[in-house]
Structure formats: structure tokens, C-alpha cells
Design a binder for this molecule. Structure first.
Ligand SMILES: [Zn+2]
Length: 243
């Protein structure tokens, strides 16, 4: 690691350990070391032609069985993944500090590491009713694949509780409030294409917050607004930054 990288790591660590309240947003980058394929990244599932068709709610309405099978396959693929040192470091940090944790990931790995996150893109590990006015939700079985299920309340078919293209990201108001009530914003492994992290970072910066970014990419949409950008993988940087 270069001297500049070491300097940035120490600066970021100083900010994080000295913060009273930290807002954290994690993206696909934190789960790479757990072997999870991303959904929307360059090599993501949505870039695979046979999976991309299921990225839209209309496809699930037209062919509930096909959509169910595709997402059950994705759920089984992440089902055996374990949290990596980045998830563990964050969970340990959250036990000692005031942390508001939000994630774009649908893999459930923050919960597996013992720290619950607000899942702004939903979760692969839950099923929900396709009828938008019916609020029925249930947890998917952890180990086994299941056949298409029907809502016990209204009889409509269920689908996976993942936010698809054209659907609203969840917890938006809470996310904005959490940014405004923290003193440090920590963005981990999120390209900023899906959730507008440039907007988040700019909002934070304009309210006098410090913004720390951890991402191996040379530049992300938030980079212009960061106080310090750590260009490392989450699993190598976070154990140092958060302890
Ligand atoms: Zn229902």
C-alpha cells in the first residue's frame, strides 16, 4: 500500500472512531468477498440476458412461475454465503458506536453477521404478495428451495421481496434523516448508479458532515463530495478503519 493510501486510511479511521453518530450505506462491493454476484453491476445478474427479463415487475405478473424460479435460483446461490471480515468489522463497530446502517444488498449478510440493516432494495430471503395493496410478507425457508406460493390473505401469487426496476427504493425518508443526524457518512462498495450517492454525499457535505468512501474504483459518483476516499476492498479496509 502506498504512503498516500496509508495516510488516507489513517485519516478515515480517525474520523470514524471519533464520530458520535455514523451513517453507513453498503452496496455490492461489501459482499464480493463472500462470493455474491451483484445484481446491477458490470458482471451482475441483470447483465445476464436470461436473468435480465426478471428485473421488471411486469415479467413476474405475466409469468409468475418463471420469475419465481429465477429468483429462487439466485436465493439458493447466496444461501450458503457467509459474512466476510467487512461485515464482521461493521457489526462489531455498530455494537460499540451509534450507527445507522442501510444497505442496497438483498443477500441478508448484515443480519447473518449480527447487525440488522435497513434493506433499501428489499431481500431475497422474503416473499411478498404481488398485489401492491396487500402487505403480506413471509420469510423464505433458509436452506430449501420452494415452489411458487400463494398469498394466504388474498390468494394472489407471491414473489421475492426485491425492489425491481421502476419500483421505489425503500426507507428514503429515514435515509435522508439519518444522513442529516449523523456526523460522518460512510459509503462502502456502492457505485452510486442505483442510489444517488452523489446526492447523498453532497447533502451531507453541505450540512457540514464528513464523508468517507471505501471503494477500489478510482472514481465513483460520490467521489467529488468525499472528505476522504479509501481505494481499497471493503474486506481489507474495514477491519482497520473500524477498530
Ligand atoms: Zn395478498
Amino acid at each position: 500500500m502506498s504512503i498516500l493510501s496509508q495516510f488516507k486510511m489513517r485519516k478515515a479511521r480517525h474520523m470514524l472512531l471519533g464520530a458520535e453518530r455514523v451513517f453507513v450505506l453498503t452496496g455490492a462491493g461489501i459482499s464480493v468477498a463472500s462470493g455474491i454476484p451483484s445484481f446491477r453491476g458490470k458482471d451482475g445478474l441483470y447483465n445476464k440476458p436470461d436473468f435480465f427479463q426478471w428485473a421488471f415487475p411486469e415479467s413476474h405478473i405475466q409469468d409468475p412461475v418463471g420469475g419465481w424460479r429465477a429468483f429462487e435460483m439466485a436465493r439458493m446461490a447466496v444461501g450458503h454465503a457467509e459474512p466476510n471480515p467487512a461485515h464482521e468489522a461493521l457489526a462489531a463497530f455498530a455494537r460499540q458506536h451509534r450507527v445507522e446502517l442501510f444497505t442496497q444488498n438483498v443477500d441478508g449478510l448484515h443480519a447473518s453477521s449480527g447487525e440488522s440493516a435497513k434493506e433499501i432494495h428489499g431481500s431475497l430471503h422474503r416473499y411478498r404478495c404481488q398485489k401492491s395493496l396487500c402487505a403480506y410478507l413471509e420469510d423464505a425457508p433458509r436452506e430449501t428451495e420452494s415452489d411458487l406460493r400463494y398469498c394466504p390473505v388474498c390468494g394472489t401469487v407471491l414473489r421475492h421481496d426485491v425492489v425491481l426496476f421502476g419500483e421505489s427504493v425503500r426507507f428514503f425518508t429515514e435515509l435522508r434523516e439519518a444522513v442529516l443526524s449523523c456526523d460522518v457518512v460512510l459509503l462502502i462498495g456502492t457505485s452510486g448508479v442505483v442510489t444517488d450517492t452523489a446526492m447523498l454525499a453532497r447533502l451531507a457535505k453541505s450540512h457540514g458532515k464528513k464523508v468517507v468512501e471505501v471503494d477500489p474504483a478510482l472514481f465513483t459518483r460520490a467521489t467529488c463530495w468525499t472528505s476522504v476516499s479509501v481505494r481499497e476492498n471493503a474486506e481489507s479496509a474495514l477491519p482497520f478503519l473500524l477498530s
